[in-house]
Design a protein around this ligand. Sequence first.
Ligand code: ARG
Length: 460
Amino acid sequence: MKLWEGRFAQPSAKSADDFNQSLSFDKKLYWHDIFASIAHVKMLGETKILPAEDVEKICDTLQSILADIEGGALAIEGAEDIHTFIEEELVKRIGVMGKRMHTARSRNDQVATDFRLYVKDSISAVCGQLHALISTLLEMANEHIGHIMPGYTHLQRAQPISLAQYLNAYSEMFLRDLERFTDCYKRTDVMPLGSCALAGTDFPIDRTITAKLLGFSKICQNSLDGVSDRDFVAEYIFCCSTVMAHLSRFCEDLILYSTWEFGFIEISDNYSTGSSIMPQKKNPDIPELIRGKTGRVYGSLTAILTVIKGIPTAYNKDLQEDKEALFNAEETVKSCLSIFTELLRNVTFRTRKMHNAAAGGFSTATDIADYLVMKGMAFRDAHGVTGRIVRYCIENDKSLDKLDLATYRTFCELFDEDILRKVRVTESVEARKAIGGSAKSAVRENIRSLTKRLNKLCKD
Ligand code: ARG
């Protein structure tokens, strides 16, 4: 049966039905559809649009349909979409009374309402996962405040940093993602129900009742916009996209750091794979897959933005495309966050190797230049002097912390005994005490601030 077949003299073609259907993917919304229908019908009762007996019977039957779906007694199949499926099942069970459920409602405001309810729940779930990831990172950072690693720019050794400072950088990124989702929640938390097909309804409905029952904090104020606003879908997928971007960057680091060439980390055997031909290999397949899956989420973002851009005002069937785009992004981001957090807990840091790498490669050259500036030289000149010292070291196979004072003095008279301490990586890291820097005190403060912001976000 079609909800709309009254106007048609001919049945629709099977191929057209197959193409039109959304049940194969929107069946995911069954819980939210039933939840929203119960609230709608209760409101129809309170406003005397439906008699109390009908309301009770319809709500009870919707509950039993829900129980049958969840218990496996009722398979979701054979209808155009989830809304049609539930309504048909209701009519099968209680006859004509079931047909009253759709009074003062259209599938246009129904689907928008169901989907917003679904997305609100999904945001809460992803935020929970981000919270778990950031908590893991903060715990790890706490353990590594005193450990030093090389920091890179252009993938060239740049300056020594603290391992905890490195981990905190990712906490900052994921905390921004958490903030973005929290913000997206506010715009998702707006109820379209009552917009009906596009123009509102001539029934004396009370939208505040349904909003309260459904837990929406706002009601959309324009029915045309209410049925067709999918900004929240685009925003949600954008939020997923930045999570993936951050995961992908982190994975890129882990992949590099786990090579023999770097040797900074080891991913435990449980989260690594081997090669079918090269027995010596241990491959970082999981981080590679996460990096690779990022493209799917960006693809979903492009898809929804493209769907939105062309539609004339109010509902058009293009909008049915919103669901698969969001479900795909959601599934990818959830599975990646889950496996990544697990994997991270199974990473061992080779802190000695990191420290030695930081000590080589002239990573304290900037400290020498800064030293000369503090002694009164202009930074550009100091940069030149230091560059010549580095060149001398390269040509003579020496490192900055192995030169003696006399050698330093051949480059500049301003050098004193204290330069020999200045060029040590531990000194360099400890010297950066300002907010955000690598010194232990600054890194501890970063951890404190991250913890505070995380707790505050999760309370709001
Ligand atoms: N399955 C449809 C969707 O996902 C439900 C709304 C149908 N509305 C309509 N006017 N055909 O968008």
